[in-house]
Write a protein that binds this ligand. Structure first.
Ligand code: ADP
Ligand code: MG
Length: 577
């Protein structure tokens, strides 16, 4: 077969395969162009989820007649004035979007750049340019998307689902640019020049008002690296990552380094299957980040990913620590630096001073430090002198209101919510030990469409790990051969939800979420209630259990488990200092 050079229209359609996946990607490219054109008012309308019409109108700089003609040529861009790919200050730069979209739709562009006496209208199909009475900025109308590539058309989801994806794109850009006004279908409006905190409420919903913590951090080792924005208190979370808005140098991204750092920062205070909300803006020297990774540009490559990760985790933890009892990370580094700076000469009062809020983890931390720095004999000696500190929640003094346990730990008064404490203990215990797998004599057979079966089986390893052993059963069913003993769910519903999520996100959190709900519910109903009288032995046992339980700072609903009040604070009440 002879080799041939492909004609332009095919090259464009192939490129469109990467850039234009669905209506939301068209909206993203067009609105990014409007932002690059300096618009501060952008109006988007979509009909039938975008398959009949996508219209984007902006009040940006517009184009001259010559630029309008060039704009739909491949690799034609006004955004790379020099030849330096690392010096990118606009959202676009590939010059691919307009020719790609034009190749898979009927597109017209009306534009006026103010310099010409009238506007111009380009019919992208014929290449005709005529004078138009368009007066300000640019309007792009994309009709009959994918009509020329029916294979693509088949992959579009229901109109409503496509509209939701479009809304998601607008929300991400609205978070990137609170100074710009956005309107979608005259229904969703984000007015221009909104305060950041107001825009967050407009985008994420009313329940976040007053529950987001502000971050404003500069790296101490790299003065171009900064992180600002808002993150949710640990008690505010979502079942998916919808409300995680991440930006690198103003560009919305879905980047593994950032998502991983976010997860790590919340690890101690949030279930791994739950998602904190955030609007985080990372800025750094454009030369230390490569945005040229994927055509949709949602991934980036950092020159020093581990440095960026460490900076984000540290900044988030510091902000979270301000609101939590659980100051573990900070206490840890304080003790460590103290021990090092004192040349390992340990002294009991220093331990106290540098851990004003002794938490359940201090004992473990201390042990790790001691092992590293001191011989066995010295370790014992120190341990003895610190006997109290190894019971971080201290000795029981009594119970009040049949609800709270009072204890004394060193120079601190400790108040423990008995129900929250027990709930966390039961939950963590169940999480570790609950999966007793039961083989089924007759497998449970669930009928599913072949595409759902394929989606579910693509994560079968993960499903098997949760104790559910499944396999195909003919062409149109899945059979369950083993399951956790006390699991009786609506299986068809579970597998449909898993299949939907896998198709949407490539993975599914359904099993984890349902497991969490089940355990949390069980833990709640099998825990010591508020209002129950406890004797000293029971209270002591509860405190010792909590000290050995992970994530003990909060119950699994996110309420605090204990509070520690230093004696010095009490002295303050009585004006003794
Ligand atoms: P890129 O954005 O990567 O440059 P596009 O194909 O998206 O490539 O756009 C090509 C060019 O058309 C842009 O560089 C810009 O000069 C011009 N352009 C596109 N949309 C607009 C707009 N809304 N307002 C003004 N100019 C635009
Ligand atoms: Mg563009």
């Amino acid at each position: 077969m002879p080799i041939r050079v492909l004609p332009d229209f095919l090259i464009n359609q192939i490129a469109a395969g990467e850039v234009v996946e669905k209506p939301a990607s068209v909206v993203k490219e067009l609105v990014e162009n409007s932002l690059d054109a300096g618009a501060d008012q952008i109006v988007v309308d979509v009909i039938d989820g975008g398959r009949t019409l996508i219209s984007v109108i902006d009040n940006g700089c517009g184009m001259s007649r010559e630029d309008l003609a060039r704009s739909i040529s491949r690799h034609a861009t006004s955004k790379l004035p020099s030849d330096d790919l690392l010096d990118i200050n606009f959202m676009g730069f590939r010059g691919e979007a307009l020719p790609s979209i034009a190749s898979v739709s009927d597109m017209t562009i009306d534009t006026c750049n103010g310099a010409d006496s009238n506007g111009w209208c380009l019919n992208c199909e014929s290449g005709d340019i005529r004078p138009s009475n368009w007066e300000d900025g640019t309007r792009i109308r994309v009709q009959n998307l994918f009509a020329k590539t029916p294979a693509r058309l088949k992959f579009l989801r229901a109109d409503k689902a496509e509209l939701i994806s479009v809304l998601d794109v607008i929300k991400r850009l609205a978070m990137a640019r609170p100074d710009v006004g956005f309107t979608l279908n005259n229904k969703w409006r984000f007015p221009k020049n909104q305060e950041m905190s107001e825009r967050i409420v407009a985008v994420m919903g009313d329940d976040v008002r007053g529950r987001m913590l502000e971050i404003n951090a500069n790296s101490s080792s790299n003065n171009t690296l900064t992180l600002r924005g808002f993150i949710s208190e640990p008690t505010l979370r979502r079942a998916s990552s919808v409300d995680q808005y991440l930006f690198v140098n103003g560009r919305p991204v879905k980047d593994k380094v950032l998502v991983g750092a976010l997860r790590a920062a919340y690890m101690d205070v949030m279930h791994a299957r739950e998602f904190p909300l955030c609007a985080l803006y990372l800025t750094l020297d454009p030369r230390s980040v490569d945005v040229n990774v994927s055509p949709a540009k949602t991934e980036v490559h950092f020159l020093e990913p581990s440095h960026v990760r460490a900076f984000i985790i540290k900044s988030l933890r510091e902000t979270l620590a301000g609101t939590l009892n659980d100051r573990v990370g900070i206490i840890q580094s304080n003790i460590a630096s103290k021990a090092v700076s004192q040349n390992m000469n340990f002294n009991k009062s220093d331990f106290r001073v540098c851990t004003p809020h002794i938490g359940p983890d201090s004992a473990f931390m201390f042990e790790a430090i001691a092992k590293k720095n001191w011989g066995a004999e010295k370790q014992e000696e120190i341990k003895e002198s610190l006997a109290d500190e190894f019971l971080p929640l201290g000795h029981v003094i009594g119970q009040i209101g049949n609800k709270y346990i009072l204890a004394q730990s060193g120079e601190n008064l400790v108040i423990v919510d008995q129900h929250a404490a027990h709930e966390r203990i039961t939950y963590e215990h169940l999480r570790k030990n609950s999966i007793k797998v039961q083989p089924l004599l007759t497998p449970i057979v669930v009928s599913l469409r072949p595409e759902d079966i394929a989606a579910v089986l693509s994560i079968s390893d993960e499903i098997n790990k949760s104790g559910l052993h499944i396999d195909t059963f003919g062409d149109d069913a899945i059979a369950i051969f083993e399951k956790p003993a006390d699991w009786d769910l609506n299986w068809a519903d579970l597998f449909h939800s898993i299949a939907d999520e896998v198709r949407e996100y490539g993975h599914s959190s359904q099993l984890g979420e349902r497991l969490h709900l089940k355990l949390a519910n069980y833990a709640c109903h099998h825990s010591v209630r508020a209002g129950q009288k406890l004797d000293f032995a029971q209270m002591d046992a509860l405190l010792r259990d909590i000290e050995n339980t992970s994530r003990a700072g909060e119950c699994n609903h996110g309420r605090p488990v204990y509070k520690i009040i230093p004696l010095t604070e009490i002295d303050g009440w009585f004006e003794r200092i």
